[in-house]
Design a protein around this ligand. Sequence first.
Ligand code: DC
Length: 226
Amino acid sequence: MKPLLIVIDGPAGAGKTTVSKTLAARLDYKYIDTGALYRGVAYEILARGLDPADESGLARLLADLDLRFERGADGMRLYSADVDITDYIRTPEITMLASAASAKPIVRQALLDLQRGLGKQKAVVFEGRDMGTVVFPDADVKFFLTADLKVRARRRYEELRGKSNQRLEEVENDMQQRDANDSGRDTAPLKPAPDAVTIDSTDKPIDNVIDEMLTGIREITGQHGA
Ligand code: DC
């Protein structure tokens, strides 16, 4: 079938990463996690000891930002200049800083061309918050994956076990705060594109979500072979 550009948006913990990676593997597509780019900016803010409210410091950082993905043995790795930062961008501190940085229009603007460049060849599944609304309004297929806050917090808590000593309530509070930041910001707030297919994964196993998406892709494109 003709290569497609597929986007999956939604709040943290809805299952986007597992679903996007699985879908990309089933279709033999590339998978791009755009949240990692915002985390890469947060990593650099922290590494340079910048105050995220310092707009001119942020502008300098963005002017020489050099983030890129490279395929590694176990999936895509994120590099900042020549440093592989993949293993350092999932801490609770970077998570909250990425959310704050992502509300800044200059940060979003700096990452826009980078993301669009990655979609040029199609045959990609993009995961993010504003893929269907802002970055790729003409994407071939758009999904919005969501789930109840409590279910999302528990999933994230289980993912973090052994890597972080945050309690479930802390994970839930951080997530609620991030939901509010991501949905309430003026620039590119988290919301479904008008033409997105919304899937609620609260009571749905991941396999069922994938099946529903593959069916949706066939229906939307009117093609077979997925
Ligand atoms: O998906 P994630 O949790 O790794 O994303 C980290 C932060 O980046 C999240 O708080 C929202 C922001 N983000 C965004 O604003 N737009 C995107 N396309 C992806 C992520």
